[in-house]
Unconditional design. Structure first.
Length: 216
């Protein structure tokens, strides 16, 4: 799969020309920063448009109609949160503990005129955000991701009444991770095929048994 133009990107997933132009600004800035800061794996540099841009953009169908807060954990170089914001999500917040990466995201958002909130913090300290959906990509195994979300939610007991849905991009280890998670968590989820990787999956978790959280 190769993407080198607006038309080739839209052959996989339609975006407006305005959005694509924002992606181009993102790509140019990422390539510049990557020379001095390790924002993405060097093995993916020659395939940024597929491995990072298209991979993140495919999540927009799941987030387009969400009116509440969307929280992107461990956003790194801004994937998928910044891409989703460029595509039109209005209430995106990205959480990244690395200050330099936050600075990078902030610069791309400024250059592309993209509205996004950036938190150089740990998720546990952001309970006030009350997200409707939490996203993450290439951050941690599912059991750790769920634990991050739980630690965030239990900061306020009222949060447990409105536990967020979760949307995660996972690789070929997804089956093992789901089996491991199922040992101590009762969850409802759906699995969707990634358009960028035959082994990749999109995991949409829409229910977590909060009694497990309280007793953990």
């Amino acid at each position: 799969m190769n993407i080198n133009s607006y038309e080739s990107f839209c052959s996989h997933l339609y975006v407006s020309r305005e959005t694509y132009e924002k992606f181009e600004i993102y790509h140019k800035t990422l390539s510049k920063w990557q020379k001095s800061i390790n924002l993405i794996s060097n093995s993916t540099i020659d395939n940024i448009w597929v491995r990072h841009f298209l991979d993140s953009a495919q999540l927009y169908d799941f987030t387009e109609k969400i009116s509440g807060n969307i929280l992107d954990l461990g956003s790194g170089a801004g994937f998928p949160g910044l891409i989703l914001a460029m595509m039109g999500n209005k209430n995106i917040s990205v959480v990244e503990s690395d200050q330099k990466k936050c600075t990078f995201i902030r610069e791309v958002a400024f250059l592309s005129n993209t509205n996004i909130k950036i938190y150089n913090s740990r998720i546990e300290d952001l309970s006030f955000l009350k997200p409707t959906l939490i996203t993450a990509r290439a951050l941690a195994p599912l059991n750790k991701l769920i634990k991050y979300v739980e630690n965030h939610m239990v900061k306020s007991s009222s949060n447990l009444e409105n536990f967020p849905n979760m949307l995660f991009l996972k690789g070929k280890s997804y089956k093992t991770e789901l089996l491991e998670l199922g040992k101590n968590r009762n969850i409802d989820y759906k699995i969707y095929q990634s358009i960028t990787d035959e082994f990749g999956k999109i995991i949409y978790i829409n229910k977590v048994n909060v009694l497990n959280i309280i007793n953990d």
